[in-house]
Ligand binder design. Structure first.
Ligand SMILES: [Zn+2]
Length: 90
């Protein structure tokens, strides 16, 4: 499994989680898988469901544990606590 494969698998699982419309925890945070390129990464990242939906809708954004990176060149657009979002460079 290379980095791209890890990203694709995490994205598939996260899409499934989002489609199930989970209520999340007391702060409405839902646990998603880190979509980085590290094949051994098993980190989860907590964000509100609407935030992850926006990532999916944008098509060029990736949800990550802070400090982890997407499989292709991306720039960080949001970094908050343990969560970061990267966007594909154009
Ligand atoms: Zn990761």
């Amino acid at each position: 499994m290379d980095g791209k494969t890890h990203y694709v698998a995490a994205r598939r699982e996260n899409t499934r989680i989002a489609a199930a419309e989970p209520a999340g925890d007391a702060q409405s945070l839902v646990e998603f898988e880190c979509e980085c390129s590290n094949i051994t990464c098993e980190r989860s990242v907590k964000v509100p469901l609407y935030v992850y939906r926006r990532i999916l809708e944008s098509k060029d954004q990736v949800l990550l544990q802070a400090g982890h990176h997407a499989p292709t060149p991306y720039r960080t657009i949001v970094s908050m606590g343990l969560m970061s979002i990267e966007e594909r460079r154009v």
